[in-house]
Write a protein that binds this ligand. Structure first.
Ligand code: SAM
Length: 223
């Protein structure tokens, strides 16, 4: 129940809550240089907390702007005394470019990004080519980008953009996805979709090359 969670004002003063736009030196934040992993859109935080407990030798940064989820996760981090998680507040598109160095991340997880099913809302979708290229830039070589969605149409759009990013290699090149993943905990949405008998599209990419810089536009061709 929401009333059992810390109020947002208290959350904002909590040492695990970061409202930052610049690189904080993550080694100083965590007090060690363990592998750095990012979850974008952690929602209620079930996946994040399970991962942090399973992998005490990794550091997890998780980004979202959903206040109730943030309150819930900070309350649970306190109760469970989990040391290897920080919540970064804000919009991933705006904040990630500034708060991570290129090549700094070992893994990025994006579980069930909002599909914005109405056509006029598709522009709000997170997984667009510039965002994918930016995430790849933040991954270290052989780092991984792991995604899941239940939404078939968004899956097709995402996989087309992801396959087109030449710095990323699809680990499931035959179909582009798998329908079952064993090595990660289930998120709240994932459990609900599986219980409802829906197919899940799991996508896994590996950073295999530097991200190509966009071709400069010739002044003669510029609009
Ligand atoms: C559909 S929910 C999925 C939550 C969780 N990953 C799960 O599977 O249960 C999408 C989450 O992404 C967050 N989100 C959406 N756009 C975001 C953005 N641009 N930056 C950070 N978080 C975002 C939402 O607030 C929400 O918590």
């Amino acid at each position: 129940m929401a009333k059992n969670y810390l109020p947002f004002e208290k959350v904002q003063a909590h040492p695990c809550f970061l409202d930052i736009a610049e690189w904080p030196d993550w080694r100083k934040v965590f007090g060690n240089d363990k592998p750095l992993k990012l979850e974008i859109g952690f929602g209620n935080g079930n996946f994040l907390i399970d991962m942090a407990v399973r992998e005490p030798d990794s550091n997890f940064v998780a980004m979202d702007f959903y206040h109730k989820g943030i309150r819930k996760v900070i309350t649970r981090l306190d109760r469970l005394q989990i040391p290897n998680v920080r919540l970064a507040y804000g919009d991933a598109k705006e904040r990630i470019p500034g708060i991570f160095l290129d090549g700094e991340l070992d893994e990025v997880y994006i579980n069930f990004p909002d599909p914005w099913p109405k056509k006029r809302h598709h522009k709000r979708r997170l997984m667009k080519p510039p965002f994918i290229a930016m995430l790849s830039r933040k991954l270290k070589m052989e780092g991984s980008l792991r995604l899941a969605t239940d939404h078939e149409e968004y899956f097709h759009e995402m996989i087309e953009f992801l396959n087109a990013e030449s710095s990323l290699q699809n680990r499931h090149p035959d179909k582009g996805y798998i329908t079952f993943r064993e090595d990660t905990p289930r998120t709240k949405y994932e459990r609900n979709f599986i219980n409802a008998g829906k197919q899940i599209y799991y996508m896994d990419f590996i950073k295999c090359a530097e991200v190509a810089e966009p071709e400069p536009v010739s002044p003669a061709l510029a609009p």
